[in-house]
Each structure stands twice: as structure tokens, then as C-alpha cells.
Ligand binder design. Structure first.
Ligand code: TRP
Length: 329
């Protein structure tokens, strides 16, 4: 395996708070699939970030394993990329996070919108880890000197922190880190089926990658609808959202048919939902099949994670040696 060539390095991670849903799949994971062909990618499950908000100690480890299986099922290919669990490299990531923390202002972290939101969300759970969240995230990226980070728009403030830390470190101790840039993959926006905004746990039901046809049907059955009829096809709302799903899973032509139907005979949502459920399931079926293979071969998954860890550790150790030396430790 020659994966450490001169290709640019990419790092990204998803938290282990919830299973990725089809929105995450189309928005982020599909982007990762493209990147693994072009770059030297390390994709992580960032479980140390998960514990900064309330979580269940009993479900954390199974959740991490489930997400690794979701990654592999989706087609992340261990021959092309490296998959790691952040806590398998806890000593390394946390050590660099500590060093980076010593060169950064507390007040800047307190001002971050993400921190303020979390404080408001969990007023009884305002802990140091939460304040430190962006520092650890910067360490995740900088420890591999990754210049490219595929990530959602909501993470931009954290990326700015990572860049500022890289700059500050370089100016204090000499050129060490590249300033990491967000990488926008051509991901799809997947709306919520239950109202405003994008599909998310907080916006109602989500379809996860292991849902059966029956489960998908049950979720779609609850999706909000309207009369299905009107003079103009609406730009937002239930009809628009459901037809966006049709567009994503059944293609443009079928979506256009529904848009015309809306203005003519009217959309029959029951039929739309039945057809859409089949189409979503068809997209998930090969993922579920691959996932089942890995689920049935846990030793193979362990080997993949071992390989990822070994690869990542070599890079991380080298960065830490350089950092300690530059900082005079
Ligand atoms: N904060 C990121 C999120 O919620 C997760 C994350 C942690 C991450 N460390 C990272 C993403 C490093 C990219 C790179 O989406």
C-alpha cells in the first residue's frame, strides 16, 4: 500500500453522538468517498469530543463501532484511506491540544458562537472540555499537518481557531504547521422531513444508513405534507422538501413531474412516499450489504483500525517530537 505519497493530506472527523443519517451521507460521507481517491486521507470518529456534552457511558463504545461500520459500509476503503478512532491516539491528540492551549487566549474561546450555543443548550453541563473543544479539534488537524479539512459551514469558527493557532505557533516557535483550509465537497443539502432547516436529530426524524424499507416507510409516513395542490409550486415547505428528496433519490425528471402534478391534478403523497421509500432503500441496500460483511468480520475491522492507528501514530509522534523541541521542552 503506497498511500503516504506526495498527495495532500486530508483530515476529517465525525462525532460519536448519533449515527450518521442520510443527510450526513449525502452531505459529508459521499464527499469523503471522492476525496479518498485523490488525497492522503485520515478519517476519524472523534469520541473525545463526544464527552463534552451529556452522553451515555454504556452506549458510547458501541456507537463508535457502529460509526466505523457506517464508514466502511458507505464505501470508505481501507486500501485508499485510513480510518481511526480518536481515542486510540488519545495521548498524542491530547498532548498537542495542551500545548496549543498554552498559546491561545481564553477570551477568544469564550466568544465562539458554538461554545455559547452549547452553554445555552446545556446550562448544567458547562465544562472545561466544552471550552477546550476547538483546541482539541485544532490538535486533531494540526498533529497530521493536514492542509485540507472537509467540513460543514457550521464548523468555520473552529477552523478559524485552528488557523490562528497554526499562525501563532509558527510565529512564536518557527514554521511548523500549514494553515488548514476547509474543503467544500459538492455535498447535497438534505432538508428536514418535519419542518424547517436541514435533516438533523433536533429537527425530527432521521433516516439512518441501516434503516429497513419498513422503517423508512414509517418515517416518511410521518413526514409533514400539505394539500398537494396549488397554483405555483412552493419554494419552501412540505411539498418542496419532499420533492427535494425525490430529486436526490429519484432524479430530476421525476421531481419535475411532481412539480407539474402539483399545479394540475395534485400530488398524491401516499404514492409519492411509497415510491420514495423504495428509492431511498435502493440507495441504502448496497451500503447495508457491505456493512453486514464487516459486521460479520470484526477481526477485519480491528485490523483496519490497527493499520489506521499505526499510520496515524507515526505522523503524530513525529509532529510531537518537533513541537516539543521547538517549544524547548
Ligand atoms: N467539530 C466537528 C463537528 O462537529 C468534529 C471534529 C472534531 C472534526 N475534530 C475534527 C472535524 C477535526 C474535522 C476535523 O463536525
Amino acid at each position: 500500500m503506497n498511500m503516504s505519497s506526495s498527495r495532500k493530506r486530508v483530515f476529517s472527523g465525525i462525532r460519536a453522538n448519533a449515527r450518521p443519517h442520510i443527510g450526513n451521507y449525502l452531505g459529508a460521507i459521499k464527499g469523503m468517498l471522492e476525496l479518498q481517491d485523490k488525497f492522503d486521507c485520515i478519517f476519524a470518529v472523534v469520541d473525545l469530543h463526544t464527552i463534552t456534552t451529556p452522553y451515555d457511558t454504556k452506549t458510547l463504545r458501541p456507537m463508535v463501532k457502529d460509526i466505523v461500520l457506517d464508514y466502511l459500509g458507505s464505501g470508505l476503503d481501507p486500501k485508499k484511506c485510513h480510518i481511526i478512532i480518536q481515542s486510540d491516539l488519545r495521548a498524542e491528540h491530547l498532548e498537542l491540544a495542551y500545548y496549543l492551549g498554552t498559546i491561545y487566549q481564553v477570551s477568544r474561546l469564550e466568544d465562539l458562537p458554538t461554545y455559547k450555543e452549547k452553554k445555552a443548550q446545556h446550562p448544567d453541563y458547562v465544562n472545561m472540555g466544552l471550552l477546550y473543544y476547538p483546541v482539541l479539534m485544532a490538535a486533531d488537524i494540526l498533529i497530521y499537518k493536514a492542509p485540507l479539512v472537509p467540513i460543514g459551514q457550521d464548523q468555520e469558527p473552529h477552523m478559524e481557531v485552528a488557523r490562528e493557532m497554526a499562525r501563532k505557533f509558527n510565529s512564536m516557535f518557527g514554521q511548523t504547521f500549514p494553515e488548514p483550509q476547509s474543503y467544500k465537497t459538492p455535498g447535497q443539502y438534505v432538508p428536514s422531513l418535519f419542518g424547517e432547516g436541514k435533516m438533523s436529530k433536533t429537527n425530527g426524524g432521521t433516516i439512518i444508513l441501516t434503516d429497513t424499507l419498513e422503517e423508512i416507510k414509517a418515517i416518511l409516513a410521518k413526514a409533514v405534507t400539505d394539500d398537494g395542490k396549488g397554483e405555483r409550486f412552493p419554494e419552501a415547505g412540505p411539498a418542496a422538501n419532499l420533492v427535494t428528496f425525490v430529486e436526490l433519490f429519484q432524479g430530476h425528471d421525476r421531481a419535475q413531474q411532481y412539480r407539474s402534478e402539483y399545479k394540475e391534478s395534485g400530488i398524491k403523497y401516499q404514492e409519492l412516499k411509497a415510491e420514495l421509500a423504495e428509492a431511498i432503500y435502493k440507495e441504502l441496500a448496497p451500503i447495508q450489504e457491505r456493512r453486514k460483511y464487516f459486521e460479520a468480520h470484526p477481526a477485519e475491522v480491528e485490523t483496519i483500525l490497527e493499520e489506521g492507528k499505526t499510520y496515524a501514530k507515526t505522523i503524530a509522534d513525529e509532529t510531537l517530537r518537533e513541537v516539543r523541541s521547538k517549544m524547548g521542552l
